[in-house]
Design a protein. Structure first.
Length: 99
């Protein structure tokens, strides 16, 4: 992981602002893939995919630890994000099935 050495507070904050926009774009991109996945499933239970969620949480917690980041922070962020995205996927699933 490459981190730029900043020489001023403004420069560091500018870098954070750039990262924040990239994070939001990546979350939006992830959500679009979630919507696509809804079309490959046959039931709401498949949409909920509890085993998959456990796998994702486990992987991101491990990655957080390897980067010196709080696994609890990442866990909480992902649980919130996944819960919202599952709701989005359920809506997409229902819409696709009604066509």
């Amino acid at each position: 992981m490459d981190i730029k050495k900043c020489n001023t507070l403004k420069e560091a904050r500018d870098e954070i602002d750039i990262l924040d926009m990239q994070i939001v774009e990546l979350i939006a991109k992830r959500n679009e893939y979630i919507k696509q996945i809804a079309h490959f499933k046959d039931t709401i239970e498949e949409v909920k995919a509890e085993d998959r969620i456990k796998d994702v949480i486990s992987r991101v917690r491990s990655k957080a630890i390897s980067l010196g980041l709080s696994p609890n922070l990442i866990n909480d962020l992902y649980v919130r994000m996944i819960n919202d995205m599952v709701e989005s996927e359920i809506a997409e699933f229902k819409n696709a099935k009604s066509l």
